[in-house]
Design a protein around this ligand. Structure first.
Ligand code: M6P
Ligand code: ZN
Length: 195
């Protein structure tokens, strides 16, 4: 007798060139208005909201139970561009069950994954097509599009992990990725002049 209900195996096609999952069950969209409090320049964000409130990123998921034992999968797509000078990014989160990791695989475009721990350790990894990034347990993670086309990546994480957004809403990330004079730079809190 299995400890969790038997779930039917399935397969789905992923177009690796375009980074598109066939038949996703859920599509989550984050518009500019969903991102209040996340960008360093709130005025630039409000201007974007007034100017059509565009979708800044989307997540395409398969319906897999959010239970221990399962693995959830998704493809995320972040549009290119900046809010003020800050590159488009996800909200970022710790896992609600902090001792759970995640695997990222870059499919299209170019970006960075920012990571940090509650104790203040920080690191970043490049996200490019074919590059795998391992996010170990306890590391909050945020993806940033540093290129001129959509950044698309595939993710796998434990079904039981959940998302803890509240701590990031309060703490933010010490790193911010900005585009200044056409150049991508990572600025730390202490030398952040973006407001
Ligand atoms: C990845 C995964 C998802 C996450 C998504 C968007 O696809 O980590 O679990 O939901 O990115 O990131 P966020 O939830 O931080 O907005
Ligand atoms: Zn995660």
């Amino acid at each position: 007798m299995p400890a969790i209900p038997l779930f039917p195996p399935f397969g789905t096609d992923i177009n690796l060139t375009e980074g598109v999952m066939q038949n996703p069950d859920n599509r989550i969209e984050r518009r500019a208005s969903d991102m209040r409090g996340y960008y360093a320049n709130p005025n630039a964000l409000e201007a974007l909201i007034r100017n059509g409130d565009p979708v800044l990123y989307e997540v395409f998921e398969k319906d897999i139970p959010d239970e221990k034992g399962h693995l959830r999968v998704a493809i995320s797509q972040i549009q290119p561009g900046t809010v003020g000078e800050e590159c488009a990014m996800t909200k970022g989160h710790y896992h609600a069950v902090p001792g759970t990791g995640e695997v990222y695989l870059g499919l299209k475009g170019r970006g960075r994954i920012l990571m940090k721990t509650a104790e203040g350790k920080t690191t970043e990894e490049d996200m490019t097509p074919g590059r795998m990034v391992y996010v170990p347990p306890y590391w909050a993670h945020r993806s940033v599009n540093t290129g001129d086309e959509p950044l698309i990546f595939f993710c796998v994480w434990p079904g039981s992990a959940g998302h803890n957004y509240g701590d990031i809403e309060r703490e933010g990330f010490p790193q911010r990725v900005v585009k200044r004079n056409g150049e991508i730079q990572i600025v730390r809190c202490e030398d952040d002049r973006s407001g």
